[in-house]
Design a protein around this ligand. Sequence first.
Ligand code: PMP
Length: 291
Amino acid sequence: FDQLDGEIWFNGEFVAAKDAKVHVLTHGLHYASAVFEGERAYGGRIFKLDEHTRRLHDSAKILGFTIPYSPETIEEACNTLLSRQGLTDAYVRPIAWRGSEMMGVSAQNNSINCAIAIWDWPSYFKPEERLKGIRLDLAEYRRPDPKTAPSKSKASGLYMICTLSKHAAEDKGYADALMLDWRGQVAEATGANVFFVKDGALHTPTPDCFLDGITRRTVIALARRRGIEVIERVIMPEEMDGFEQCFLTGTAAEVTPVSEIGPYRFNVGEITSQLMNDYMSTVQPERAAAE
Ligand code: PMP
């Protein structure tokens, strides 16, 4: 990404990507006072851009700062940057952080900065693995109690345990890791939500200490539209033994089937395939219309 071509929107201006730099004494870097988004554009349109932009603002509020650019300004910047980058299908990464004016835990008067980068990112997991179902390890780290961390914010600091867990899984040959929460209940993957299928119904953990993903909510609506029952509840890891199918949802991951989580095995079944197709038709309405 040091070599990212084109431009980055940086505090209100389009600058050459190579010049979009921050000072090493940035508070966001030292103390993780940063929040970000992950969005995808399909056919030149950023899917649910308004929801992502609202979540970016809300994430910042939860960390105690206000992004000095309105949602409208950020949305327009995302759309303009997409066309300036000459991309129609792309990943969009807005980020906001506390600047470098003061160094120390307290940063009351630091500037709030915001940047947006866009790049081509076709598949989060290897395409050949994705259709067969990806393999997940069980993570050592657990999603913290909301009293321990601001779990409703898409805050950079919360990704420390995600990177550790994903690296540990990759070192063992897995694509990703499933994280439990502090109570030992099934939570989510390191950058995506998780769903299971049993007896024709979808089961997914209640998002009370991790992100209620925009893709998660989209897939729940798609399943209900098909008449599939969706049950949000506490899921204990041992229950995975009785589940037939499993998949992940996320902006980057889209709907990705899972074949394995630690000792548990799943099929890539019909409900998973239907929801993968429904999701792609929703994000790419032109494709659905052409079919
Ligand atoms: N959980 C985590 C930890 C994530 O990073 C993401 C991706 N933003 C998700 C869930 C899914 O969220 P969304 O569907 O809004 O991309």
